[in-house]
Design a protein around this ligand. Structure first.
Ligand code: FAD
Length: 344
């Protein structure tokens, strides 16, 4: 019989992130599929009561917590000690955790400490046939594998956007405190601050409903014989602000920006989508001024509905890569769309 542990850390405001709720949803489904397998909840943070209460209705057999000022900061030594203590206190055979940057850094080490195994970048979890299994992609998202493991404990780190977040009743949860004693050496690292762009300058938004991808065409000579990079930047930023979309770029465009040309100043290699870039998950995607070549489009694997705007009716998107291709001038389309969004 398996014993499941859903392992989470609280956010700075004491809540559980959407990503953590997605992992809880997957853990709950696995517990249900393995009828009778107990599900435990383990939470780490300065104060874990509110987070545990927010998922009180998840049917957990026990709520375990490692709490205190020492556990408020994401720090390898204290996070690893807390996660190890929770795995042991729950006597977990299968541990399911969200792939937050905080957990990704720590959980492979925790697997080593508890004599277990870990799988990261997991995109699906199931228990068909009574045995837990996971799916993950290999070779730049081209091959999907289904894996099972006999070794226990098995730590499974679930990527964001791969399942529905758990929804259910909040309430009062009785949290059993798991004591963790930290030595002075475990406290040496201190987070002194967070450097992040202001929210309105943040162009990568993993939770956005729409991915907007800009291609190199925005910087190319247009039918009037001129380049309109400044207007392109304005149109794109206005659209992102109004649609609250996430921004992606083709390799050609981000390379131009990286080479110091005055193109789209807010575009970096972090925005690159494709074989050598990112493979984000959004329900919808809109590409503009990008040709839709294969090394770019493989990054769209997890975008459910795809649309593209291109002057060229023979561009890559027209060859079965987009659901809808608008053969049009992207400058004109975005000007009009921004105006329509402005009227809303
Ligand atoms: C090993 C390898 C890995 C690679 N990895 C990646 C990757 O990860 N990501 C990636 O993106 N690429 C990658 N590439 C490069 C990829 O093959 C393409 O070269 C790149 O995606 C092209 O970028 P683009 O479509 O923006 O530019 P272009 O090919 O220059 O296309 C610009 C498009 O803009 C259109 N256009 C111009 N003006 C307008 C307008 N006013 N309105 C509408 N449309 C307009 C043009 O018709 C044209 O189709 C890789 C290549 C290799 C060999």
């Amino acid at each position: 019989m398996e014993t499941l542990l859903f392992l989470a850390h609280v956010e700075s405001d004491g809540s559980l992130a959407t990503q953590a709720r997605e992992a809880l949803g997957a853990a709950r489904e696995m517990a249900d599929a393995l009828s009778g397998a107990p599900l435990h909840v383990g939470v780490v943070g300065r104060d874990v009561a509110a987070a545990a209460g927010s998922i009180a209705g998840c049917g957990a057999a026990r709520f375990l917590g490692v709490a205190g000022a020492d556990f408020s900061q994401p720090r390898y030594a204290s996070d690893a000690a807390a996660a190890e203590a929770l795995c042991k206190a729950a006597a977990a055979t299968v541990v399911i955790a969200p792939a937050t940057s905080r957990w990704c850094r720590v959980l492979p080490g925790v697997a080593q400490r508890v004599g277990g195994r870990v799988d990261t970048h997991v995109t699906g979890i199931s228990a068909d046939g009574g045995a837990p299994s996971v799916t993950r992609w290999y070779y730049r998202q081209r091959m999907e594998a289904t894996l099972t493991r006999a070794h226990r404990p098995w730590i499974i780190v679930l990527d964001p956007g791969c399942g529905a977040p758990w929804k259910g009743e909040a309430g009062a949860a009785t949290v059993e405190v798991v004591p963790v004693k930290l030595s002075e050496t475990c406290r040496r690292t201190t987070v002194t601050g967070v450097q992040a762009p202001p929210a309105d300058q943040q162009t990568i938004r993993p939770d956005a409903g729409l991915l907007f991808v800009a291609g190199a065409g925005w910087t190319k000579t247009q039918p009037d014989g001129k380049v309109h990079a400044a207007e392109a930047a304005e149109l794109i930023l206005e659209f992102l602000r109004k649609a609250q979309a996430s921004l992606g770029g083709s390799k050609s465009l981000v390379d131009l920006t990286g080479e110091g040309q005055a193109v789209l100043p807010f575009m970096t290699h972090l925005n690159q989508i494709g074989q050598t870039g990112a493979t984000p998950r959004h329900p919808k995607g809109l590409s503009a001024c990008c040709h839709g070549e294969e090394p770019h489009v493989v990054g769209w694997r997890f975008i459910s509905e795809r649309r593209a705007i291109n002057l060229d009716p023979n561009c890559g998107w027209a060859r079965g890569k987009a659901d809808v291709l608008y053969v049009a001038d992207a400058f004109a389309v975005l000007r009009r769309v921004n105006a329509l969004l402005g009227e809303k």
